[in-house]
Design a protein around this ligand. Sequence first.
Ligand code: UDX
Ligand code: UDX
Length: 460
Amino acid sequence: MKFEKNILCIGAGYVGGPSMAVFALKCPQYKITVADVNKDRIKAWNSDKLPVYEPGLDEVVRETRGRNLFFDTNIAKCIKEADIIFVSVNTPTKTFGIGAGKAANLQFVEKVAREILKESDSNKIVVEKSTLPVKTAEALKRILYSDHEKGVHFQVVSNPEFLAEGTAIEDMKDPDRVLIGSEQTPEGIRARDEIVEIYANWVPREKIITANIWSSELSKLVANAFLAQRVSSINSISALCERTGADINEVSYAIGCDSRIGPKFLKASVGFGGSCFKKDILNLVYIAQSYGLKEVADYWEQVITMNEYQETRFVDRMVRLMFNTVTDKKIALLGFAFKTNTGDTRESPAILISKKLIEEKAEVVITDPKALENARKDLADYKDLVTFEDDPYKAAEGAHAIAILTAWEQYATLDYKRIYDAMEHPAFIFDGCNLLDINKMYELGFNIIPLGRPSRARDI
Ligand code: UDX
Ligand code: UDX
């Protein structure tokens, strides 16, 4: 069959894989290829056990793989064949040199741009899908436009990704909006319209927003910064609730009913995690600093400071309430993923919490329905000091305390009587997700310490 367009995505990660799977599902007339330098990852995408867990992803890949969705490691060949190339490689925070700890490391993006230039023998549209600092398109353009002899023309378009892990497939199928930024030249607008046309196969036109390329790049950072700011705001209030007897759930509900504030992203937690929030805010801070906007930079940096405070505060409180020592006490951590419905643990608050407990010489046991493999990697340096356990009941056996760190639904409905009976007493539950009924847990015998809400405890 002859396909209408050949679309390539370089980077088969959490973003590239699921996004392209939905492209393939919604646009059977296009050939979609996802390429990656990591051979094992591509092998996994071509197997029955996909490298990324997302609800609904298996079904979409099963329907499209081999029909119009392909996973490949031969990036050079794929570039030659493509009309449109999405770049979805990772852009981690720089760990060295200028901007270390804040700026995005663009080495992979740049490498990919050079490869595209080298391998292309026909015109292409290059779409930046990785989250990138403002003005990266400029850098991409400079590389791609640098070989004047070649006679190949590139157009750079920005199409930031707003999908959230755990709901990536739904977000792609029914997005709040799609944002496409381009140069405001006739060629830029033509390229932009080609990308609009892809999404218009399933997204209503009024939800496809177009903008200039800098607005598009900046909007992605700002969207994540605003979302993270809401979490930090409510978490800051959770600390105040614990001191005053107010209940954070009641406060969230009351303020969220104001239609100007709205109810979403007001759930207090042990802190936000995920690959994007911290990285994107650090990036925003770095950009503001580099333009000399100190107050702007300081303002946004505070969102991260508050998040670190929340994580540390949670674990400090555990130690304090367990009679100031957790040494040799078994503590079961229920949940390690940075949120539910994902096996991803990047920047998960559970990492810091585990490390601090291990430093306090507690006997840490970690359980999680999806994230144990990643948890093992995150705690590789401590592998003799921590245990991993699939079964939450076994994890809790003989424990002095359990802490709920990820709001997995199944943790709300465990048999807590059975758990209580198998634990050491006094038994503590630190409910970092406010998942459990406080009174019920208290009646069972637990000291129950929720987050930002009044505790019920006999033994403290
Ligand atoms: C990443 C970024 O974190 C995010 O900011 C951006 O919006 C999209 O890319 P994610 O898909 O979650 O998100 O990253 P990751 O799962 O690490 O996937 C990136 C993939 O790119 C990896 O599979 C990596 O092997 C691949 N890659 C990286 C290349 O194919 N070539 C390279 O040169 C570098
Ligand atoms: C986020 C953005 O939502 C998405 O648009 C962007 O493309 C990538 O970054 P993601 O990191 O997958 O997506 O997860 P998200 O659902 O936004 O949650 C981020 C973190 O905030 C999680 O750790 C979550 O537990 C936490 N959170 C979220 C709260 O603590 N309280 C809330 O009310 C909401």
